[in-house]
Ligand binder design. Sequence first.
Ligand code: SF4
Length: 457
Amino acid sequence: MLQDKVQEVFNEPGCAKNQAKSEKERKKGCTKALKPGAAAGGCAYDGAMIALQPIADVAHLVHGPIACLGNSWDNRGSKSSGPQTYRMGFTTDLSELDVIHGGEKKLFKAIKEIITQYDPPAVFVYLTCVPSMIGDDVEAVCKHASRKFGKPVIPINAPGFVGSKNLGNKLAGEALLEHVIGTEEPEVSTDTDVCIIGEYNLAGELWQIKPLFDEIGIRLLSCISGDARYHEVARAHRARLTMVVCSQALVNVGRKMEERWGIPYFEGSFYGVSDMSDTLRTMTRMLVERGAKKELIDRAEGVIAREESRVWRRLEPYRARFDGKRVLLFTGGVKSWSMVTALETAGLTIVGTSTKKSTKEDKERIKKAKGKEFHMWDDLKPRDIYKMLRDSEADIMLSGGRSQFISLKAKVPWLDINQERHHAYAGYDGIVALCEEIDKTLSSPIWRQVRLPAPWE
Ligand code: SF4
């Protein structure tokens, strides 16, 4: 059954990357064989955990050896405005004896303990490699516990060995579609209810967007999964519109919500001035097309005009400071197109970007904005990045934490813009915050010092 689900995800019509492949290639899935010496990315379980853990009031129970939880616990800075249950590390901590006798009883006991002590609205049970291989019937345990305790106990069937982190994101989405979304009704529905999919409130980014929605009159019915509550996710099917923020991670949820409940979806971005304004325009236009009052568009235009003029004023000092500064963008590909335009707005020159995780549409967007000559790398090796930086082809690298050491070894400034970042870069305020951080990194005196010959040389 899991195999069927995995194949279904690989055939996802909403995923442009998979649709561009032949049927044979699609069956093989997205996982590439690792070359000796290469570091592996996260597993499918890790991807599922990352996608759902931001649901703040849920107890996330990892059924497996303790290291699986250790690998993924709190690895994103998703913020919650209320409950902190999501940050508790719950695990069944399977050991050798459980491999022999099975872990089902231990799982049931763990669910009981969590419900008795913490009383969360739901428990999500994540399968890892060990219980899947020894054949624990986790679905049956969850069903039994659900009946016994009168609470949703949801199995998230994405054991690590089935594939990549990205596949795990999608399997997590499938679990929501199967067990959560559509199981409750909201007390009130409005014409401006929206659901955002694939926004994780990293460093509080959702809070940079939400006040704009409130001012325009857009009601955020549900966010999957940043700063979310279980009941909000269960009611997401009453949204008038969904916005998919990261097309790579949870596009299957957006497409299936359209299929099941007739909710149209669009892909948008909150990064950069023009993309933020485009998102607000598309959202209000689509809501009006679905019956919301026309004033919504006027209010959105008012907010856009005010925010844009405010943000240009705030960006002005940086434009002068960034003149001639070149950026190497290495985001892994997600939202590269949006980041490219956002950084250029601030006066930076982008020397190239990685597009490893970008869809065909994403690449087209970059080409359209930058022309065909612009450097886009699908698979830039660490030694090539190092060479570029050492040869002073860029003044700063923006990337995730894993690539930071290449930059530091080349003695070139580096800024974290991936999931572990501590600053929120979304919306109009976010681009100013990003410029502030780039400026601080570029002008830090440390770079002058590390480039000097060592005293003993
Ligand atoms: S690959 Fe398997 S054992 Fe390793 S962290 Fe992922 S789920 Fe756990």
